[in-house]
Design a protein around this ligand. Structure first.
Ligand code: GAL
Length: 642
């Protein structure tokens, strides 16, 4: 990425008469914008009729950017095929699980496995690349847009055939597939590959392993499309980095770990959910996730909003200062670019009520003033670019596990692995502890503490990885309903949690979901879940009224592993995590002050930036790690270079 912090948003000039474009770039300069994403939804303007291209107008857009020193995240416009696509090729439209074919008139109206879609997408991407490969405005390829946002799974016949190919290469033989899917159950044994379908609507519960593999296949199918476009672009522009905007932490259909590995720089979009309590902590989770997806490298926030979005039941406008706090949180947690959807608020179309950098009301507005002020502030923080965030704690998260647990037949419908991961992350946030997310099979060396809020499915390699981490001296905290099944969603037998009985020194024989919270011996509350467990080698730290263990700790190798058999209330969970942090020697970045977020970014040469962001309505005194005190006014944020 270039020097300094990238700042800007999606610019959709095709939605406006050309007279506004000069004004747009003049205002971009006024706001400190140095980067825009262009061409994302331009397919029908660039190729108005199949095979007929019109680049004249887009040449002027790109030239204007270059003349004004604004870089382009140049999109391939493949996220929204034009109406000319669906008419002659209806078989390339997506089909849902009930067999309904979806029509054009929105976006992402294509089947990810359609060869026709792929052909047309690669053709337009190639035309864009050939035209602009030497253009001075081109900085980064923005491939497609939010893969899988609307068409993550297609159930059509083409997808069925592609699914079978994917299964053939995964399992080799039908016997292996039958075994992995447990098809002896309910007489589902396959005698011919042709019998295998996507998990279309069925009379009763679908086969869990089939459903899980279909989610894996569907994610892979979209990643494959990205890779096809990326490879084409790389052939024509080997030195231009390529990315696509993920939806890390918000949408769970795409395997972000696998996807991020294919990008040159991780980029992601993030939108606040208005209904969430402490939505700034949710934001921090997404930012930590984005950083972790790139192994800690700086990443790019491709989209967020200046104020309200348009797709929630009640779209909350941001309060004064919230836009700045949100942006600085992303920056603090490793972003080297802060971008928005979108530059100019639309006049027509489905997103006209979505906020933008330049609102309907123009420049004499709160939003515009905040946008311009942020641009100036980010320019002054140019030296932050390239610095990284160090975390001593990792939280394990895997899409396969989330997908497997999504099957409707569970001991309780009330366990939610994503919410639980966010709750544990929030407890660490409140304690001022910076936390990475990690794939269960990822590299855990370098961490002191690994937490596993709810990892229902874990592969043998993932199970061994965590054990090895503890054996080498790490501290582990595992929450309930973790380590229960293998990669095919088959129960690990002999007592729960089968993957980690030795590590935890605990074995459970039966689950007892709770209809009401219960009181533990310590006075803490457990809810949603409990289990009948007995310790083998662990010590019991808290119990149910029955005397059965609720919190245990087991010495393992040179390390130790805690286990929770219920969902502890927030305060008790914080206490368990604080205990584990103390044991592991994990410290807060600065002594924690309620509602104040403190994160540090550092360069290898020792230069650092301490971000302190006050999310409360009271001024706060923050003690820096160096021993000084800084007052951060209510709703304000400071960045202290060190
Ligand atoms: C994103 C998308 C943008 C815009 C935005 C609205 O999902 O990439 O194009 O639709 O949401 O919040």
């Amino acid at each position: 990425m270039p020097d300094g912090i990238a700042y800007g948003g999606d610019w959709n000039p095709e939605q406006w008469p050309e007279e506004t474009w000069e004004q747009d770039v003049a205002l971009m300069r006024e706001a400190g914008v140095n980067r825009v994403s262009v061409g994302i939804f331009s397919w029908s303007s660039l190729e108005p009729v199949e095979g007929v291209f019109d680049f004249g107008w887009f040449d002027r857009v790109m030239d204007l950017l270059a003349e004004n020193g604004i870089g382009a995240n140049l999109a391939t416009p493949t996220a929204s095929p034009p109406p000319w696509f669906s008419d002659p090729y209806p078989q390339a439209l997506p089909v849902d699980a009930d067999g309904r074919r979806l029509y054009h008139g929105s976006r992402q109206g294509f089947c990810p496995s359609s060869p026709i879609y792929r052909e047309k997408a690669l053709r337009v991407a190639e035309q864009v690349a050939l035209r602009y490969r030497d253009h001075p405005a081109l900085v980064l390829w923005h491939v497609h847009n939010e893969y899988g946002c609307h068409n993550a799974r297609c159930y059509c016949d083409t997808s069925a055939a592609a699914f079978r190919d994917w299964l053939r290469s995964r399992y080799g033989t039908l016997d292996a597939l039958n075994d992995a899917w447990g098809t002896a159950f309910w007489s589902q044994r396959y005698s011919d590959w042709a019998q295998i379908l996507p998990p279309r609507a069925t009379p009763s519960l679908p086969n869990p392993a089939q459903q899980l593999d279909f989610r894996r296949f569907s994610s892979d199918a979209l990643i494959e499309l990205y890779v096809a476009e990326r490879d084409l672009l790389k052939r024509l522009t080997p030195d231009v980095p390529a990315t696509t905007n993920l939806m890390a932490g918000a949408h769970w259909d795409m395997d972000c770990w696998a996807f991020a590995a294919e990008t040159d720089v991780v980029s992601t979009d993030h939108y606040l959910i208005g209904a969430r309590r402490e939505r700034h902590i949710d934001l921090a989770f997404a930012a930590d996730y984005a950083r972790s997806l790139g192994g800690g490298r700086p990443w790019l926030l491709m989209e967020h909003s200046t104020s309200a979005v348009n797709w929630q039941p009640r779209n909350l406008a941001k309060t004064p200062g919230e836009l700045r706090r949100n942006s600085l949180t992303h920056l603090a947690r490793g972003a080297d670019g802060i971008m928005f959807f979108q530059w100019r608020q639309s006049r027509s179309g489905a997103e006209k009520w979505h906020s933008a950098m330049l609102p309907h009301a123009g420049t004499d507005t709160k939003i515009w003033r905040e946008v311009a002020a942020l641009g100036a502030e980010l320019a002054a923080l140019a030296d932050v670019a390239g610095s990284t965030v160090k975390a001593d704690v990792a939280l394990l998260l895997d899409h396969s596990s989330v997908w497997a647990q999504d099957h409707p037949a569970q001991p309780t419908a009330e366990l939610d692995p994503v919410e639980e991961a966010k709750r544990w992350h929030a407890a660490l946030w409140r304690a001022g502890v910076t936390c990475d997310l990690a794939h269960p099979e990822g590299d855990l060396t370098g961490y002191r503490l690994v937490v596993v809020p709810q990892l229902y499915l874990v592969s043998d390699a993932g199970a061994a990885n965590l054990e090895e981490f503890a054996r080498r001296g790490g501290t582990v905290v595992v929450g309930p309903y973790s380590g229960i099944v293998d990669e095919h969603d088959r129960v690990r037998l002999g007592g729960y949690p089968g993957a980690w009985r030795d590590l935890l020194g605990v074995s459970a024989e039966e689950f007892f979901p709770l209809d009401e919270p219960i009181r533990l011996a310590s006075g803490a509350t457990g809810s949603v879940w409990s289990e009948a467990a007995r310790v083998t080698t662990a010590k019991v730290l808290d119990t149910y009224a029955t005397g059965e263990p609720a919190w245990t700790r087991n010495e393992f190798g040179d390390g130790a592993a805690h286990y929770l058999t219920t969902l502890l209330d927030d305060a008790a969970l914080a206490e368990v995590l604080a205990t584990a942090c103390r044991e592991a020697g994990v410290c807060a970045v600065a002594a924690s002050v309620a509602g104040v977020e403190v994160v540090r970014r550092s360069h290898p040469d020792g230069r650092s930036f301490l971000f302190a962001i006050n999310h409360t309505t009271e001024d706060a005194a923050v003690t820096t790690p160096e021993g000084g005190t800084v007052t951060v006014a209510a709703g304000d944020a400071v960045v202290i270079p060190g």
